[in-house]
Design a protein. Sequence first.
Length: 376
Amino acid sequence: MGFIAFLKTQFIVHLLIGFVFVVSGLIINFIQLCTLVLWPINKQLYRRVNCRLAYSLWSQLVMLLEWWSGTECTLFSDEATVKTFGKEHVIIILNHNFEIDFLCGWTMTERFGVLGSSKVLAKRELLYVPLIGWTWYFLEIVFCKRKWEEDRDTVIEGLKRLSDYPEYMWFLLYCEGTRFTETKHRISMEVAESKGLPKLKYHLLPRTKGFTTAVQCLRGTVSAVYDVTLNFRGNKNPSLLGILYGKKYEADMCVRRFPLEDIPKDEKEAANWLHKLYQEKDALQEMYNQEGVFPGKQFKPPRRPWTLLNFLFWATVLLSPLFTFGFGVFASGSPLLILAFLGLVGAASFGVRRLIGVTEIEKGSSYGNQEFKKKE
């Protein structure tokens, strides 16, 4: 094991990376709060500023994937589709099977220049998570309780508000509503059988309300729907902790582009279109499991230096005073100060671990275990 590889496994290094992310995130959140004064004066300027502030935070996580772990992401698509990336508003449909599927999506948005303006239909609980939810609030992310009767008006209002967004945005939808687990899959397939729908082997039954509403509200704004099917070579199941330890993975993403005009305007027909799409996604997963590749031409968009430079900037700004302060505490020889400093370090470690826990499948919500039994 080389020295760099050794450093990547050390807890103190992880703690310092977490410190930079958390403190820079709180600073960014404060700046975002200050930008609210821009909204009534120049809404589009407010949005452009917040896109760049969000980029400064999220790109630190992308840096971990691209530069720290060296994970490679390969696209399987066609040249015409790849040429549209970063040049139009789109809806993204991504399978929700892995802890870092969002991070693989983010690395693609970064490489095509739309990381700061990327959107998602997110569960409302995340709004109260420091850094993540707070940053999303200022980005006008659409939050939902995942109870359509309560969400309908909020979701429609939030989506329509994005109709004049000044930067190209990729709006992410996890149509399955929750991460794949065997328990949720079993229940989901019972629902499929009761509704006379074809069963899926690798996905949960898609929940159509969010998709049909997004298509309806963003029609005239978005140009297309990108269907993305993600897998990892070697049957790996990566985690954010694995990325933090410097483990390298190889992600393959099959991307298909569907012009929005090809998607039916009628809600029922659009829902049927989505069910058919997931049957095709299941077939793609089956092909990948058997052959180890997706269909289509392979593309490897080059990583850009900005994520690394952004992290180095924040690390330089924040770690220098931290080291100076820590040295002063231990040099003082005061047991009380030293214990207080160690307690602060412990609290920081706990906080970082809780943030990482948000991505872990086994600690995910129980949503889907019973919700699939309810009528959409």
